[in-house]
Design a protein around this ligand. Structure first.
Ligand SMILES: NC(=O)c1ccc[n+]([C@@H]2O[C@H](COP(=O)([O-])OP(=O)(O)OC[C@H]3O[C@@H](n4cnc5c(N)ncnc54)[C@H](O)[C@@H]3O)[C@@H](O)[C@H]2O)c1
Length: 206
């Protein structure tokens, strides 16, 4: 039996891409999956395909987070897992810092980092109440090394890794594990505009 059998897991940004693939794999391993996203049509379809539940969710909204967690607990009685996957890449790839706008830089931080913070903050109480849980934050390779031309995105993902370590130390005593994963370049709607299959034209790490 899979460790995910009958676990209740929320996957943010689960309508498409890595989030949809994660949701499908978790459902196949027996989890009850709550798919959340801004994209209602796609999210509803993704959730229906895996017998999951779709909830509209903007990860930058604290009210939305409360609604999502409350609705999950109401429907399934608990939250065992959270995949903080929703993310965006702002600014044209390869834009040097001197040409990046503050607005674009801060938008990456808001969705990719503050969105994860709000998820951690909202889900911890229900996890504590049922004796534990597991949280996976989706960071990225530009959050592991110096990566030119992605200042907002890279800074947000470095932040996600730092926040993951802080949350792990705070939540560990409550039997809630917190980990980050750093996927390599994956051909999803996020980067299909600048990565061609079989090529790697994303800037190289330094
Ligand atoms: N594709 C890659 O190469 C790659 C590599 C490393 C890490 N990642 C990370 O993986 C995660 C998923 O990326 P993806 O490639 O599947 O991208 P994607 O654009 O296909 O999917 C991201 C999903 O997040 C949703 N989303 C965006 N802003 C949101 C918000 N404010 N609230 C709720 N949902 C929101 C989008 O609607 C979309 O469905 C991201 O955190 C990304 O940074 C991607």
């Amino acid at each position: 039996m899979s460790g995910l059998q009958d676990k209740v897991v929320i996957v943010t940004g689960g309508a498409r891409g890595i989030g949809a693939a994660t949701a499908a794999r978790m459902a196949r391993d027996g989890a009850q999956v709550v798919v959340t996203d801004l994209l209602d049509e796609q999210g509803t379809k993704t959730a229906a395909d895996i017998d999951g539940l779709f909830l509209h969710h903007d990860v930058t909204s604290e009210d939305d987070w409360k609604s999502v967690v409350d609705a999950t607990v109401e429907r399934y009685g608990r939250v065992d897992g959270l995949v903080n996957n929703a993310g965006i890449a702002t600014g044209a790839p390869g834009t040097p810092i001197e040409n990046e706008t503050l607005e674009s830089f801060e938008r990456s931080l808001k969705v990719n980092l503050s969105g994860v913070f709000l998820g951690l903050k909202t889900v911890i109480e229900p996890m504590k109440a049922t004796g534990g849980g597991s949280i996976v934050n989706v960071a990225s390779v530009p959050g592991l090394s110096g990566f030119p031309g992605v200042s907002g995105y890279g800074a947000s993902k470095w932040g996600v890794r730092g926040l993951t370590k802080i949350a792990a130390t705070e939540f560990g005593p409550h039997k809630v594990r917190v980990n980050a994963v750093n996927p390599g370049a994956t051909l999803t709607p996020m980067n299909e505009c600048h990565v061609q299959p079989g090529e790697g034209n994303f800037p190289r790490p330094r």
